[in-house]
Design a protein around this ligand. Structure first.
Ligand SMILES: [Zn+2]
Length: 880
């Protein structure tokens, strides 16, 4: 594809479709060398349009026959180009019948209909359906689908599509068919088809109105013992959505299918969700607690889309956050209710600040609702998902629970069966509350992370305390022109000398108050304040901003001990840790002796000894800011200094607190996973804390932890403990212990794809085991397959994103290796190739030597022949 043929698509150019589709009938005939797709589309010109021409998307299709009503079309009757077909003259109302031939067996892009192992499956979001047949492949064309699937009965006894099955039977030559009908109008990106020889785990859910819904999870027969948790999570999600949002499930069947080769995590196709195996399959032997929590969250997320995404969908792909931001918010609240609200918030904010803030500051920065794109697959980003969810959370904060629920009810009622915009969502929230959210719209239309500076003053005579807030937003490389002020909800409280929240005069005596910053600078004054308080700002991280206030170390320690907001207690600890780390990084750069302040060790000692707090919170408090976050906070990131300083702190803490950490380890050692409570949040927190203690212990030069880890590795009864011990051994620097554990683990688990992914990533993410040669050895193993996205992520992805000190080695060899694989993958699977680009796009963060090396690789990728538009868009935006 030449540069000039890649179009940029703009939101401002949006036009409603000229033709509506009244119904669609599809027949798939699946064979070992390909598939025929017969489509019968009933078109009708929209009453307010007068277009004579019909445009249909279609890519890599072999057209075998096409007719309008009973009239066969010849090649003069239409024009084909690389992206679709134009039929210059069509009547106002007509039936288009079309037959195409496709080759799912050769489809390694994993978009449209493809084969994963022996199973046929589909992925149509965003624009995969056009690889199945000629069709108006845009989300605002919604219609009812009837789908008939024909295939060999022995090889593919299970034939699934959206909706309910209405007919099935045998055909000649050992073949059979099933016909499905989905009564709910949907865009084609929600279409799904599965054909395979699959095990089915069944369950039943009774909805709030008393209807019984059949729940079915389809997996490979070898994974029959890995479905329980997903099924339970699904039932919990269905119940929660009824209770919290009043949303009842609509079809008679809800199905989930696990697929090994999948570009994303999971897909919310109507009634037939398709999941990446790693996001659905679990048992205690093979899945870590983190995997369990991820499964619960993703099952919920995809289920919640049935309303936020499917019943009400997006008008165009610029509105992607309409469904994703809202649904991420919904799944986060669900996880908070199922587990711990504070812990969930800490995890989400940590991720947002490390990864999304970095995206916001880089060349791919874009508003939550982008104004343009070349390839929409590149916009399934943290900004659209995670920041989009923060926008919905801010509306929730501004409105409160009851009004927010009224707004969501209005939104669902008003737009059921429609394809709408982010404005429609905000308007519903505005209408129920009578509030003006026109300034809030800036969050959807302006990229970048706003900064809020806060200063305080206290007048003892007048007993007045004032806070002054100033907002600004940096102009990024992707921005054009000035930015308007944001509408920023800042939840805050004031804490008195005794550690208690003060009643706030401005908020009728309440102790927490949402201050709405709308101007560039604003001051608020609190009356009747007897002595200077400590402010607790941006409680629960009430807005996705970088807030700064000049706290003293004493104030941070005070907040850690007393803040009534759990998130801000953790935040104070993080700020302290960051200060210490940043000082050490400077000492390292100045070649000085590194010194960890005694006081910092005492803070950690008191956390380790704390018996009052939730174990999961203690765990979060003991976690140092990640290397990737320290990079994000640096003007010019010194990866080596960051890595060594952080390891130095871990080693010092380990040595100083050895006794306490060992006691913590043993106090939490005996939690049996094979009981009715073995997988609940308390049990998971206990395992997490024990393994956190083990990990910290292993940072000291004393090798006692290696013995402990070996012991845990050989006696572990679950994957959480086994994986944690393996990770400690791999990172211990004791090569023989590492290799022994790795080979034992491999022998036991190499036939289990999900566990093998963990075996790969624990090595590629480890600075102590993997230099570039180590990485090449992993890639050379027969278990590694470049065509399988999970393997690519667990080996190349984990190395480039987690093993930062090896990836950024000053030779630049790792940059070259990454470029080599991006180039290889570009021909195979452009979506995955494009996502691997991310580390190279961040070149501006590093010193001039590394910048030159990274830019050279970006140019090398840019020079590849036939570069996909996925990779082309990212590379062209990243080059200066
Ligand atoms: Zn989603």
């Amino acid at each position: 594809m030449s540069e000039s043929s890649v179009k940029t698509i703009y939101l401002k150019d949006y036009q409603a479709p000229a033709f509506e589709l009244e119904q669609v009938k599809l027949t798939f005939r699946l064979f070992e060398d390909g598939a025929t797709v017969l489509s019968v589309l009933n078109f009708k010109r929209c009453s307010d349009k007068n277009e004579q021409a019909l445009y249909l998307h279609g890519e890599d299709l072999e057209l075998r026959a096409i007719k309008i009503n009973d009239q066969e079309l010849s090649e003069e009757d239409y024009q084909l180009d690389s992206e679709g077909m134009t039929i210059p003259y069509v009547p106002a109302e007509f039936v288009l019948t079309c037959e195409t031939w496709i080759k799912p067996q050769d489809n390694k892009r994993l978009e449209g209909l493809y084969k994963s192992s022996s199973m046929f499956c589909t992925q149509c979001e965003a624009e995969g359906f056009r690889r199945i047949t000629f069709y108006p492949d845009r989300p605002d064309v919604m219609t009812v689908f009837q789908t008939c699937i024909e295939a060999d009965k022995n090889l593919y006894p299970v034939l699934l599509s959206n909706g309910n099955p209405i007919e099935s039977g045998d055909l000649s030559d050992g073949r059979h068919f099933v016909t499905w009908e989905d009564p709910f109008p949907k865009p084609c990106y929600l279409f799904a088809l599965v054909a395979g020889d699959l095990y089915c785990q069944e369950g039943i859910f009774e909805t709030c109105s008393g209807r019984k819904v059949d729940l079915r999870i389809f997996v490979d027969h070898k994974n029959a013992n890995k479905c329980d948790y997903a099924l339970d999570s699904l039932k919990r999600s269905m119940k929660w959505d009824e209770e919290v949002y009043g949303r009842e499930y609509d079809l008679d069947i809800f199905m989930i299918v696990a697929v090994d080769d999948f570009n994303m995590g999971a897909m919310e196709n109507k009634g037939l969700n398709i999941f990446n195996s790693s996001c659905v399959l679990a048992n205690t032997q093979t899945a870590t607690d983190m995997a369990y929590q991820r499964i619960e969250a993703i099952v919920a997320h995809e289920y919640f889309h049935n309303w936020s995404g499917n019943r009400v969908t997006c008008r165009d792909w610029f509105q992607l956050s309409l469904k994703e931001g809202f649904t991420v918010f919904r799944d986060a609240e669900f996880s908070a209710d199922m587990n711990s609200r504070v812990v969930k918030r800490i995890e989400d904010v940590n991720f947002l600040r490390t990864a999304q803030f970095a995206e916001d500051a880089g060349p791919m920065s874009h508003p939550v609702r982008p104004a343009s794109y070349m390839e929409i697959s590149n916009f399934y980003t943290l900004t659209v998902y995670e920041k989009g969810a923060e926008l919905v959370r801010m509306l929730h904060t501004l409105l409160g629970e009851a009004q927010f629920r009224a707004g969501s009810d209005l939104y669902f009622d008003r737009h059921d069966g429609q394809a709408v915009t982010t404005e429609d969502f905000v308007i519903a929230m505005s209408e129920v509350s009578g509030r003006d959210f026109s300034q809030f719209q800036n969050w959807y239309d302006q990229g970048g992370t706003p900064e809020v500076k806060v200063s305080s003053s206290y007048d003892a005579d007048k007993k007045q305390y004032s806070l002054t807030f100033t907002q600004s937003c940096p102009i990024g490389v992707a921005d054009s022109g000035e930015k308007q002020a944001f509408h920023i909800p800042i939840t805050l409280g004031l804490i008195g000398g005794n550690g208690e929240d003060l009643p706030l005069s401005i908020a009728d005596g309440q102790s927490s108050w949402v201050f709405e910053l709308v101007d560039e600078t604003e001051t608020v004054t609190f009356e009747g304040v007897d002595s200077e308080p400590t402010p607790s700002l941006l409680r629960n991280f009430s807005a996705p901003v970088k807030l700064s206030y000049d706290y003293s170390d004493e104030q941070l320690l005070f907040l850690m001990a007393h803040d009534s907001d759990g998130f801000n207690r953790w935040e104070a600890g993080q700020t302290l840790s960051l200060r210490v780390l940043q000082t050490l990084i400077q000492q390292y750069q100045n070649k000085e002796t590194l010194v960890l302040p005694e006081r910092f060790i005492e803070v950690f000692r008191s956390i380790v000894l704390n018996k009052e707090l939730d174990k999961a919170i203690v765990c979060k408090l003991l976690m140092l800011p990640a290397e990737s976050y320290l990079i994000e906070l640096s003007e010019e990131a010194d990866v080596d200094a960051i890595h060594h300083s952080r390891e130095f702190v871990r080693a010092e803490l380990s040595t100083a607190l050895r006794g306490e950490l060992e006691a913590l380890y043993y106090a939490n050692a005996n939690v049996n996973i094979n009981t009715s409570t073995g997988l609940d949040f308390v049990a998971m927190s206990q395992r997490a804390l024990k393994n956190m203690a083990l990990s910290l212990l292993s940072a000291s030069p004393n090798k006692q932890a290696v013995i402990l880890a070996k012991q845990q590795f050989s006696t572990a009864t679950n994957m959480t403990d086994s994986h944690a011990a393996l990770s400690v051994l791999v990172n211990s620097g004791d090569d023989s212990a590492a290799h022994a554990a790795l080979s034992e683990f491999y022998d036991k688990w190499h036939e289990d794809a999900q566990v093998l992914e963990q075996w790969f990533s624990v090595q590629s993410a480890s600075a102590s085991l993997t230099d570039l040669e180590g990485l090449k050895k992993l890639i050379a193993l027969p278990d590694f397959e470049l065509s399988n996205p999970n393997k690519v992520r667990s080996v190349i992805g984990a190395f480039c994103q987690q093993n930062l000190v090896s990836f950024h080695h000053e030779s630049g060899d790792a940059y070259a290796l990454l470029a080599e694989y991006i180039i290889k993958l570009d021909d195979l699977n452009p979506q995955i190739a494009s996502r691997l680009m991310m580390p190279l796009t961040r070149w501006r963060k590093f010193n001039t030597n590394r910048q030159a090396l990274m830019l050279a690789q970006l140019k090398r990728i840019h020079g590849k022949d036939n570069l996909s538009k996925d990779v082309r868009e990212v590379v062209e935006k990243s080059l200066p």
